[in-house]
Design a protein around this ligand. Structure first.
Ligand code: C5P
Length: 465
């Protein structure tokens, strides 16, 4: 079977399901997956009830109704099939659309469409949700835009500087429908639709540009020396998107020169950007900024606000999301500062830090990912936080980078093996994974993960770093 025909079979299954409960993850990809399928099923006249969970784990399973509705799991489920069995969900009333590494349960076989089964490492759950929605009806082609947001939000475009494979085809569907614009070579920075250009450059570290990355004043002086237009006649700063084309060219070539003069390759300076020309609200004109708005909603326990925005709300829900975004950004900034100021403890194969109950467990992974580029880039970071709902449980998030993954690091495997040894549950991807572990076994867990990473390193023939 191939992805397309499996998506078609999944669409048939849902179309015949009667009432559907969509159980989805609270991040941008999970929210987009839910929105795509809720809209598509709504158009087909199938009643849908969404349920968002921060993860499938024993504490959150109670949110899944024990009724006869068909359970559609999106952006989670593949790695937690044991919990579905324990919850008493029958195989013929469940479908999983996911892209996380699976953990099947012997004697049970839930139907699933998982991107990894087709060798697609760069296709997220909302991409699969879209492929299924498109099989439900041609009219769902307009939902490609949401799949682009979910894929970009899940970093599917990061490594290759653009979406590839089926995710790329989905973006092209969006172009055909007039809802997506693909800008082939744009500045590889976050915030090109909203941030003042010097801040956009200073906050970006892929590539690291000496004199500019992490240095807003340096970035501003660099741009002023080029004499490019940085402000609107009204006095407000222009976003990169608004800078005149000729000025953009001058900035890009000067940045390339800056990299070359420091012996650095300019090959990651430009990336593909995904814009939404019909969008009226600025931060939502750009896939990565839209995804950040959704992440802010989800991580602050308001995924349904994000879902409303995906479904078109630009009023009351959008205003609430704006407030959450401001709060989210402030918290992430504080978390990053906390990690860098407190410092991490380095073991042979990882670096770790515990933030206690200062920050919510739902955002620690984001902060850890951002901190990694400022710490030792050769060791994954493991971050822990206490869980407000259960003082006996600790949330763990791990992040690594593409270079380490290329060298054989697999966080999902390390975490799954360590939870099997210590207790708790975990999963994710090679590059980003998480777990819930017993608080009293935190130290043992850290050392267990370190040993697993050491094993991976040894197998990859790298030895100690
Ligand atoms: O929570 P965090 O952002 O660190 O999650 C990183 C990745 O690990 C996500 O893809 C998430 O779905 C996955 N994860 C998991 N099981 C957990 C925690 C996180 O599969 N218990």
């Amino acid at each position: 079977m191939d992805l397309r025909s499996d998506a078609a079979a999944a669409a048939d299954l849902i179309a015949d399901a009667g009432e559907v409960t969509i159980v989805s993850h609270i991040d941008a990809d999970g929210i987009c997956s839910e929105a795509i399928l809720s809209l598509a099923l709504g158009r087909a006249g199938i009643p849908v009830r969404p349920v968002f969970v921060r993860q499938l784990e024993p504490m959150t399973m109670g949110a899944i109704p024990k009724d006869r509705s068909f359970k559609l799991f999106t952006d989670l489920g593949s790695g937690q099939q044991n919990l579905l069995v324990e919850h008493g969900l029958p195989e013929d009333r469940v479908l999983i659309l996911d892209h996380h590494v699976g953990q099947p349960v012997e004697g049970h076989k839930y139907r699933e469409v998982n991107a990894l089964s087709y060798g697609c490492e760069k296709l997220s759950a909302s991409g699969i949700a879209y492929l299924v929605a498109r099989e439900l009806g041609e009219e769902n082609g307009d939902l490609a835009r949401l799949a682009v947001i979910g894929n970009v939000g899940d970093m599917m475009a990061r490594t290759d500087l653009g979406l590839i494979g089926p995710a790329r085809e989905i973006a092209e569907d969006g172009v055909r429908h007039g809802t997506v614009e693909v800008v082939k070579k744009d500045l590889n920075c976050f915030g090109i639709s909203t941030r003042p250009v010097h801040l956009c450059l200073a906050y970006s570290d892929d590539p690291f540009i000496p004199g500019i990355t992490g240095n807003p004043n340096g970035a501003l002086q660099f741009l002023q020396r080029l004499g490019v237009t940085l402000k609107h006649p009204s006095g407000r700063w222009l976003a990169w998107e608004e800078v005149p084309q000729e000025d953009k060219r001058r900035v890009i070539s000067a940045l390339a020169q800056q990299l070359l003069s420091h012996g650095r390759a300019p090959d990651r300076l430009l990336a593909e950007a995904y814009l939404f020309p019909r969008e009226t609200v600025k931060p939502l004109r750009n896939a990565s900024e839209f995804a950040t708005v959704l992440n802010a909603c989800g991580r602050w326990a308001k995924p349904t606000v994000g879902s409303h925005i995906c479904k078109g709300d630009r009023g009351i829900h959008y205003r609430e999301a704006e407030r959450m975004l401001t709060h989210h950004r402030g918290m992430i900034r504080d978390l990053l500062q906390f990690i860098l100021e407190k410092g991490v403890t380095e073991l042979s194969h990882l670096q770790h830090i515990h933030v206690g109950d200062r920050f919510p467990d739902t955002i620690i992974g984001i902060g850890a990912g951002m901190a990694l580029s400022k710490l030792n880039r050769n060791k994954p970071i493991l971050i822990m936080a206490g869980m407000m709902e259960d003082p006996l449980v600790t949330k763990v998030s791990m992040r690594t980078n593409e270079e380490m993954v290329q060298r054989g690091t697999d966080l999902q495997q390390a975490i799954v093996e360590a939870t099997a040894e210590v207790g708790g549950s975990g999963g994710g991807h090679r590059i980003a994974a998480g777990a819930y572990v017993p608080k009293e076994l935190e130290e043992r867990f850290i050392h267990c993960v370190n040993r697993r990473l050491e094993g991976q390193d040894a197998r990859a023939g790298q030895g100690h770093r």
